[in-house]
Design a protein around this ligand. Sequence first.
Ligand code: GLN
Length: 291
Amino acid sequence: MSERVWTVKAALDWTQEFLAERSDEHPRRSAEWLLSAATGLSRLELYAYHDRPLAPEERTVLRESVRRRAAGEPLQYVTGEVAFRHLVLKVRPGVLIPRPETEILVGELLVELGSMGAPIIADICTGSGCIALSLAQEKTDARVWATDISQVAVDVAAENAQRLGLADRVGVAVGDLFEALPVELLGTLDAVISNPPYIPSSDVPDLPREVAGFEPHLALDGGPDGLDFFRRLIGDARAWLKPGGVIAIELDERMVRIAAQEAQEWYEEVRVVSDLAGRDRIVVARFAGRP
Ligand code: GLN
């Protein structure tokens, strides 16, 4: 009995059509990602080897991932990977999918640190570890501590640190904000960086279904006005930062001005940075030191 040969091209076209019917907004892109993940071919190779038949195992993987994507699950969870700055990180349900604006947050801190030798940095609410790991990879003498209250996040961040060969300079620990840091670090940090939960609670249910239905609400919900974690961060960071140490925190654009104002109480050189779409998203400031 002859079975139809299922080539890369046939699979791509079929997947695109199937997902388009299930209201995927970018069915071609999804089809490419899913097929790349199932075959190990890059997106370019999908076209170069369009005649290559899929192996039975590849078809099984593709079928399962198409089913998940058709149910609305974010591509990054389905393929298990996301690109962030110079890294490819593993992600899975239970950790926030890293976003492009967070790449800017990392870039801003790198600019602030400049040529400072061997900085000690804490990444609070690390999720997948994207911030901590990028800092360690791009500032090769940095020592980074990464914490998260979610055990799933800490497991994923630790796996990413191992896999990327950065575990010797990135310490990952579970705990609420600064709670998991070793006490010896009090007053020694050169920088505190965070992409904390910052969506106002009442807005969380209105986020796109792909976000609200699949990403952890723990990583999104920032309390009544979205600033609960921001306020705790700028307050607690004073005990951990050196005088002159830097904080860099990502926020909702609607709250960033208020946040910057609140930071003035204890911090100097407070500035706001916008994302690629020109929205104010990041507060950067320098700790004035204990009076
Ligand atoms: N630091 C992680 C990120 O930027 C997780 C953030 C979070 O869980 N709120 O993706």
